[in-house]
Design a protein around this ligand. Structure first.
Ligand SMILES: [Zn+2]
Length: 407
């Protein structure tokens, strides 16, 4: 009996998510037109839907005088964004809180977090991902560093108790990377770039008080906040060195160049791409050059089983699961029984697993036809897979794509 976890859901050899910040989206129409284009299959202002799986982030509040897409208006009433936003909370396509709102001119208090969390709870929404926003006036931001007060219990901006309780588990506290693939194979290019990143940090950024590169190149790593609680901190990829500056849709086309995607697959890594895909992008003007080709190349890589493309929330959950899932393999009459434990024990605390969390979990085994996988006393539906690039056959809980509820 020889059982081990495969790094990615079968048959994929790498995994990617696009993590987009909502900043300066022209209006609600553009926001949803982009999601329809990426996830749907009907006609949209950007072209026929691609049928990919790409999530998005949102704000509850806009604390500035400027125009921004947010769930509540300045009087605390729901905007035209709220109802369609809720539909995509439920489907899992809006899975990221880009902090509670845009407070680039200050003004955040714990009451904002209370109102946001109450809306999530009233609608049974599960938002797993938090992404810090903007300048130091956003006191709500989270992280062990000085400008961030979201986790500081004696600050009027303290909200982490509420935010954790609402189910947010993965926090982007500013960590960037130039390496094409985290938790990747240690190829020469990756090892060199790890050293270079470290050198740049020491020489150029040594006086800046915030998270930088992770020398171990992990997708997720534990971070302990001022209130003593530990959360998952994750990295986002910006570029292969200096070639993009705005991180908008124009730059997304550069980030998604086929040679970058090919390198990610070769490196067998996880990648979360950092973008603002609808920043100043009026739907009427259409997509920047090269973006559609880049997205279609992603879709092909996914359909051909080379690259898993999923929302950030699902990619992060899969990465956590594949590192910390607890299972036992026992010999039965002529076969093997794999029993998955109901709780995941991770450095940031336990997680009670739902069957949907097990999506994609794949075990290398000698004879997949004689293996059963159980969870919570029930035998799970599994697929048996022929030998992969390692030469070993496997059994998997199939990866099920999210269903997009809009046309
Ligand atoms: Zn932002």
């Amino acid at each position: 009996m020889n059982v081990g976890l495969r790094k990615f859901p079968y048959p994929y050899r790498a995994a990617l998510a696009i993590s987009s910040d909502v900043d300066n989206t022209p209006d609600t129409t553009t926001y949803f037109a982009m999601l329809d284009y990426l996830n749907g299959t009907g006609s949209t202002p950007f072209g026929r839907g691609l049928g990919l799986e790409v999530g998005n982030s949102f704000w509850f509040f806009n604390g500035t005088g400027g125009r921004q897409v947010s769930y509540f208006d300045s009087d605390g009433r729901e905007t035209d964004f709220a109802a369609p936003c809720r539909e995509l909370w439920q489907s899992g396509h809006i899975d990221t809180l880009h902090s509670y709102g845009n407070f680039d001119t200050g003004g955040f208090t714990r009451q904002h977090a209370e109102k946001g969390v109450a809306a999530l709870q009233a609608h049974g929404a599960n938002i797993p991902v938090w992404v810090n926003h903007g300048n130091e006036h956003n006191s709500q931001n989270v992280g062990p560093h000085r400008p961030f007060h979201g986790g500081q219990p004696d600050s009027p901006a303290y909200h982490m108790d509420l935010t954790r309780e609402a189910g947010l588990r993965y926090y982007w506290i500013g960590r960037l990377t130039h390496i094409l693939g985290q938790d990747a194979r240690r190829r020469f290019g990756i090892t060199t770039k790890r050293w270079l990143q470290e050198l740049v940090r020491l020489l150029r950024y040594r006086n800046i008080d915030r998270a930088f590169y992770d020398f171990s190149n992990r997708l997720i790593l534990p971070a302990t906040l001022q209130d003593g609680a530990t959360v998952w901190d994750f990295q986002r990829w910006v570029n292969a060195w200096g070639e993009v500056t705005e991180l908008d849709a124009v730059d997304l086309a550069v980030q998604l160049r086929p040679r970058n995607i090919a390198a990610l697959i070769r490196n067998a890594g996880f990648l979360i791409i950092y973008t603002h895909m609808t920043e100043n992008l009026p739907a009427a003007r259409g997509l920047p050059d090269g973006l559609e080709a880049g997205l279609k190349n992603l879709k092909r890589a996914h359909d051909e089983g080379r690259l898993l493309v999923a929302t950030s929330g699902r990619l992060l959950r899969y990465r956590e699961l594949s590192q910390f899932v607890d299972y036992q393999a026992t010999a039965t009459d002529g076969g093997t029984l794999i029993t998955i434990a109901p709780r995941l024990r991770a450095p940031v605390g336990d997680l009670a697993l739902e069957p949907s969390d097990l999506n994609g979990l794949t075990f290398h085994v000698d004879d997949p036809d004689r293996v059963e996988v159980t969870f919570g006393g029930k035998v799970l539906a599994t697929a048996t897979n022929p030998p992969d690039e390692t030469g070993r056959p496997s059994i998997s809980i199939p990866w099920v794509a999210l269903e997009y509820p809009r046309a």
